[in-house]
Design a protein around this ligand. Structure first.
Ligand code: FES
Length: 74
């Protein structure tokens, strides 16, 4: 599932970066751009990182909490 809609970053990608040694949201942001736009994904991305390092499955996010992005009219 997409965690960061702004940058099209999935939970799988976050776990792969965790396996490669990414331990913090700041590191993930530098590598992927995750949470560098609206920031709505920050808590979920950080939880997935923590879960990956703890060796457990990532928590699931209810669909109702996934940010909905709407085009801005000029
Ligand atoms: S959803 Fe990740 S920065 Fe907007």
């Amino acid at each position: 599932m997409f965690v960061c809609i702004c940058n099209a970053i999935t939970d799988r990608a976050i776990r792969e970066h965790a396996e490669q040694g990414v331990a913090t949201l700041d590191e993930l942001r530098l590598r992927t751009g995750c949470s560098d736009c609206c920031g709505q994904c920050a808590d979920e991305a950080e939880a997935i990182l923590r879960a990956a390092h703890a060796g457990s499955a990532a928590p699931t996010q209810p669909a109702s909490t996934i940010p909905v992005l709407r085009p801005q009219l000029a």
